[in-house]
Design a protein around this ligand. Structure first.
Ligand code: DGJ
Length: 799
């Protein structure tokens, strides 16, 4: 048994999986096997030895051993020492180490940090348990902590069985190493090629509850990212209730920690807030069925010595768009646990015998280069391993959205006229926003019509098709707004299907923006949405869709579910929505899909899988946007951020700003568009707009696909700056902003980043080129002269 079990950990020919069953392999047995396999290792990391060994083995021997070259090439990402039962997962610069505790068979974390750095010793953790009230369980760093067996910190899993078991005891049973990154069924998830990523699946088993737990860990060759999720399988013959199940749990050694979170509200999303962590439980969450405006599903944890560019930092970003919770719990020794996943206050799951439950994924990031290092990793991970759209790397068109220009009041001719003017200044796509549909209940205001996805021919006598054709004839693309997850009580859809909405028995249905939420957990509702959206897309030449969602959930429940499953509604809604989005985005892959939820109320990695861009905020005020955009770019690549130039005074803040400042602020976010009536612009404004759009198009490849550097954060500061740099550092664009003019005229220099020190660069029209070193050390001093001022620098390598 021992020998065969051990050989079982070698890769097999026909699969891309390495399986290891738990067994007590002795040192001697390991050496025997290693001799047989022609390797020379005793107590070692299997996969890295395998990597070294395979270099000296012929292809035939590799084949005999059942090892494919791609596996061998990838073999150093995840390794397992069968004697000490230690897993080592490696990224570009990071290492994630954990082992199976010999006494308890619990999975214990040893290190998550820079490769080669010394971990905080386990013995020191153990000494922290210093009274009869505290067991070792309460202090050691655990991979997936359960509740009620001595670990009094917040758990990652909480169950309840019909026999009354409310604790769990998962013990290591075995593991598999999978080449690449398997995608999750029915949930958004990262992907990764076999030669660039490896996934570890650890199998744990709870004997008393007869439950299996699978813990997934993926590492990527070129990143310091660990992607985690978990799955529970009910092996018993009775249903089990899952009360809480996290996607990730991570314990960190003692330190003075800070948390950075992105919080806010409608029109003020993702403001960076830093909190000093103290003993106790700190959490952010959403409970109302969307990730929300209030807190993004993101946390960064870092030592108070860490800066923007230096020091250790970790970040957690949940690939999910519904209710979530992120907890940071610190004990009195300042050890800190992060637990992130579905919000237990909006979730419970009855798991029938033989069934499994898979959690969403969480992207965990490590950086030794401070907070900016986290941002760089996240941008690359989302661009390389999450966004799937055909538009992923394509330059995004400059669009004109009609919302702030005309709200519900438009007709065919008005849109075509706006399109003509927009074309003259350089727009490439015209998007018709809300108000185009409804036959019996015409959508001329927000009180009716949602759900009735038929063109209002009073406004658009040639139909959507006719409008799309007339816009397309102008050499512009045509796009459309929809809000498919909703229904107005005043709609034909609601008259036909009053039972299709999220609701609870005997409770009034709270309306928000005069609308109700469709029950996307129901297959027939999902199919209705797929069909009605398909009809729209098949009926006209539509190349862009803005998918909106304008209210939170209340009285959450589904009449398709029995009483004991009502708390499953929110997650089932998300599963249904993801099915719809998956179907539609695959059916219409050429369409540029943009997500929206009253601005940026659902700007999260879950949505990014389907929507390569998301409307950042309903607040288009260029000054407020500096913070909103910088907060969003902390996590999300700027190419994903819709940023529009709107009219002045701004419709929401009433603030007056110059058109130039509005353009520079929008452009600096990555994906610029227009949200105004170009017919109403003066001649000078049109000339400036044309010039600005021309410039934007020239630098768009650098802005949208270059490296993002936040040179100076706008949070709490009067001056801010951001830079985008081409991959080979031959070109960059930098934007500098001043909020208020200061007496005395002092303005700090903008020190550029990521240039080649010894090369010369020309900045705008300056005759004298400057060295990269000088631009990065002395920098450029912006010539600001007024409130809300901006400067743009186009930096090009000379020669
Ligand atoms: C909310 C969005 O955020 C706006 O941009 C606009 O599309 C409106 N909905 C339309 O109702």
């Amino acid at each position: 048994m021992h020998l065969s079990a051990y050989s079982g950990c070698l890769p097999k020919v026909a699969s891309n999986t390495t399986v290891f069953e738990n067994s007590n392999v002795t040192d001697k047995e390991a050496q025997t096997v290693s001799r047989q396999a022609n390797y020379s290792f005793a107590i070692c990391d299997l996969s890295s030895e395998l990597m070294r060994a395979t270099k000296n083995i012929s292809f035939t021997s590799l084949k005999q051993l059942g090892i494919r070259r791609s596996e061998a090439a990838n073999a150093d990402l995840i390794s397992f020492n069968p004697l000490s039962k230690t897993f080592k997962l490696k990224g570009k610069n990071m290492e994630y180490v954990m082992h199976v505790d010999p006494k308890t068979s619990d999975l214990v974390n040893v290190h998550w940090g820079k490769s080669g750095d010394k971990p905080f010793p386990l013995s020191k953790y153990k000494k922290m348990a210093n009274s009869s009230w505290q067991s070792e369980m309460d202090v050691i760093p655990r991979e997936f902590p359960d509740a009620g067996r001595g670990d009094n910190r917040t758990p990652a899993i909480q169950i309840s069985t019909p026999e009354g078991i409310t604790t769990s005891q998962f013990e290591y049973k075995g593991h598999e190493i999978i080449q690449g990154k398997p995608e999750l069924d029915g949930l958004p998830s990262l992907y990764g090629d076999k030669d660039k990523a490896q996934t570890l699946k650890v199998r744990m088993y709870d004997k008393a509850a007869d439950l299996e737990l699978e813990l997934f860990y993926t590492v990527f060759k070129d990143k310091d990212v660990i992607c985690r999720s978990s799955r529970v399988i009910n092996k018993s013959d009775k249903p089990v209730s899952i009360e809480k199940i996290a996607s990730i749990s991570a314990d960190f050694p003692p330190d003075d920690y800070k948390i950075m979170k992105l919080s806010g509200n409608w029109a003020n999303e993702r403001q960076e807030e830093v909190v000093d962590l103290k003993p106790g439980n700190f959490s952010i969450s959403s409970r109302f069925g969307a990730s929300g405006h209030e807190h993004n599903p993101y946390l960064a944890l870092y030592s108070d010595k860490t800066t923007e560019d230096k020091g250790n930092a970790n970040a957690f970003s949940l690939v999910y768009s519904g209710s979530f919770s992120a907890e940071a719990e610190q004990n009195r020794e300042k050890c800190t646990r992060i637990v992130m996943g579905l919000n237990p206050q909006a979730f419970r799951w009855k798991l029938e015998p033989g069934k499994s439950f898979q959690t969403p994924e969480c992207v965990g990031v490590y950086s030794s280069d401070g907070l900016n290092g986290l941002t760089e990793q996240l941008h690359h991970t989302f661009k390389d391993n999450l966004i799937r759209s055909e538009w992923k790397d394509k330059e995004r068109p400059v669009l004109l959205n009609t919302w702030e220009a005309s709200y519900f009041w438009f007709n065919h001719d008005k849109i075509v006229d706006m399109a003509k003017e927009a074309k003259k200044i350089g727009a490439e796509l015209v998007v018709l926003d809300d108000g185009w549909f409804g036959k019996k209940y015409k959508r001329n205001w927000d009180r009716c019509g949602l759900g009735d996805w038929e063109t209002n021919t009073g406004k658009l006598p040639k139909g959507l098709n006719g409008l799309a054709d007339d816009v397309t004839k102008l050499d512009l693309k045509f796009g459309l707004w929809v809000e498919p997850e909703m229904v107005s009580p005043k709609s034909e859809l609601y008259e036909k299907h009053p039972d299709w909405v999220i609701s609870q028995p005997k409770r009034d249905k709270t309306q928000m923006r005069h609308q109700l939420v469709l029950d996307m957990s129901k297959k027939e509702v999902q199919d209705y949405v797929i069909d009605s959206m398909s009809k729209i897309l098949d009926g006209a030449n539509i190349e862009y869709i803005k998918w909106d969602m304008n209210r939170s959930m209340t009285e959450v429940g589904s009449n398709a579910l029995p009483p004991d499953r009502q708390m499953e509604t929110q997650h089932r809604y998300m599963q249904g929505l993801y099915r719809v989005l998956d179907t539609l985005t695959k059916k219409y892959p050429h369409v540029l899909w943009e997500g929206c939820a009253s601005g940026g109320g659902r700007f999260d990695p879950g949505m990014l899988q389907y929507f390569p861009q998301i409307w950042t905020s309903d607040n288009t005020d260029p000054l407020d946007r500096l913070n909103i955009q910088a907060g969003t770019a902390r996590v999300y690549p700027p190419i994903a951020m819709g940023a529009h130039v709107s009219k002045s005074p701004n419709p929401i803040t009433k603030r007056k700003t110059d058109l130039e400042f509005r353009f520079d602020s929008a452009m600096s976010a990555g994906n610029m568009g227009l949200e105004l009536d170009p017919r109403k612009m003066s001649r000078q404004e049109k000339e400036l707009a044309k010039e600005k759009i021309e410039f934007y198009k020239e630098v768009r490849p650098v802005i949208q696909n270059g490296e993002y550097h936040q040179l100076r954060s706008p949070f709490g500061k009067n001056w801010s700056a951001v830079q985008y740099t081409k991959d080979d550092a031959s070109e960059a664009v930098a934007f500098a902003f001043q909020k208020q003019k200061q007496e005395g005229g002092y303005v700090p220099p903008i020190k550029l980043a990521g240039l080649k020190e010894n090369e010369l660069y020309k900045v705008n029209d300056q005759p004298e080129p400057l060295s990269g070193k000088r631009l990065m050390s002395a920098g450029i001093i912006p010539k600001f002269s007024k409130d809300n001022d901006s400067e743009v620098y186009h930096i090009k390598q000379v020669g």
